[in-house]
Design a protein around this ligand. Sequence first.
Ligand code: DGY
Length: 326
Amino acid sequence: MTRKNVLVFRDLPDDQLARLRAAHEVTVADPRTLPDVFNAALPTTHGLIGASHPVDAALLDAAPRLEVISSISVGVDNYPLAELNARGIVLCHTPGVLTETVADTVFVLLMATQRRVVELANLVRDGQWKSSVGEDLFGYDVHGKTLGILGFGRIGQAVARRAALGFGMPVLYHSRRAVDLATQAPELQGRATHAPLDALLAQSDIVLAMLPLSDATRGMIDAKFFARMKPGAAFINVGRGATVDEAALLAALDQGSLRAAGLDVFAKEPLPLDSPLRTHPRVTPLPHIGSATHETRHAMAALATTNLLQALAGEQPTAAYDTAAG
Ligand code: DGY
């Protein structure tokens, strides 16, 4: 088989690099730290593999031999889908292998937000635990509360299983179409209900956004959205930060209608130091760690490597993204 040129633009585990090197010529260059090496490699690159680096038409112009981009992520918002489709460049991603880990992260954040875990741990660390905690430091229950989920794909359903089966939470979900629970998630029958957005927002104690970023979802979670939420409810975002109007989120927190927010994603990442979300007393911020466990990041790297090797060999990749569908 012809050896092709692969450009690795984010850390890849050694065993996956070895798989690539066995078949192809490999350059490793993170554009944040080695922009010159990265740019110099583009004109001869056939395959790109990495994550968290926006790809635009100018980058594609600089890489005229590019056949495939293999993203080590499930989200594809860093890629110009129509451009890739028009140029016949295959895009691959890593669905499936991160589902349970991201659902765990949702629960970590949801419970930390309801029970004020980070705030109270900091109180102990700061030497401020001087008497048994009073009402002003009480949290709110998780079990039995109504959870509203926006986006009910694999991860949304994995969250719903934890919520409904583990914590006795009634689950409402909103997605373009109702999911056929009988065939796709029978254990959620009678426990998760498809609801119009208005009803979900009005009835949920905790609203969880799991939305991909697209033209349709950018800024969708705005002042009107927060105004329709049940007063005193909490908001959790583990999808993409830019689906939220962050100024509206802050206003809802400051006006008191929104009690708390747990955020793993932000419009700009890393979160700028001057963002009020970084230090807001009722925000629990995480540094985009949805899938960040040793096991899952390795599984994502392995799937992305497999996808790349398959595409460069002219085979159908295990997880190609349909760029025509947008
Ligand atoms: C994903 O896989 O899309 C995660 O959000 C990490 O970017």
